[in-house]
Design a protein around this ligand. Structure first.
Ligand code: IMP
Ligand code: MG
Length: 190
């Protein structure tokens, strides 16, 4: 695995510090939402974290432990980039979508925002259930000049250039998810 890595883009220590800060910020925002509703005499609403599998597995696992808040977790599986292709081919939900999200505070967590197709699909399907609030959180956002993405997440860990990255949950063809840093692969490994 290590011999396929060209260079590290974001080191694991830097990721950990950012995830800690993100978790605290998000938890405060969610707690504030609940407090306001309680003060207005409405049901404060449960917090439900919705990680997008499989990419958000590592990020989500670290993020939830930085959120000192009562929450439940309900995953959604989305396929994008079928096969070996690295060009976005659209997103489709695999299996069941989380249910009973009406009146809850949903935090959708994904590894990376590219075109935004994945999160646009997930968000619109969740919104049909009328949650009290919905927020999107991505660890990485690819910056593409002149190509605005379909969604604007409330929380972004890092903006990165338009390069294909692996590690910390992100894969190439199913591999490298367990690489601890975020890295660029060697050309010959792709
Ligand atoms: P989008 O639907 O175009 O925003 O693509 C988002 C999905 O594509 C993410 O959930 C990832 O699974 C995958 N993806 C996009 N860019 C990369 C990358 O650089 N490395 C690994 N996976 C990526
Ligand atoms: Mg993904």
């Amino acid at each position: 695995m290590f011999r396929d890595i060209e260079r590290v883009l974001i080191d694991q220590g830097v990721i950990a510090a950012r995830v800690r800060a993100l978790g605290q910020e998000i938890a405060e925002d969610l707690a504030r939402d609940q407090r306001r509703r309680r003060e207005n005499g409405t049901d404060p609403g449960r917090v439900v974290l919705v990680p997008v599998l499989t990419g958000a597995m590592v990020f989500g696992a670290d993020l939830i432990r930085q959120m000192p808040l009562k929450m439940s977790i309900d995953v959604v599986a989305v396929s994008s980039y079928p096969g070996r292709s690295v060009a976005s081919k659209g997103a489709s939900i695999r299996g069941e979508l989380p249910q009973n999200l009406g009146g809850t505070h949903v935090l959708v967590v994904d590894d990376i925002l590219d075109s935004g197709q994945t999160l646009a699909v997930v968000r619109s399907l969740i919104c049909e259930q009328e949650p009290a609030s919905i927020r999107l959180c991505v660890l990485l956002e690819k910056k593409k000049p002149g190509e605005p993405s379909l969604v604007k997440p409330e929380y972004v860990g890092f903006e990165i250039p338009d390069e294909f990255v692996v590690g910390y949950g992100l894969d190439y063809n199913g591999f490298y998810r367990n690489y601890p840093d975020i890295a660029v692969l060697k050309h010959e490994a792709m």
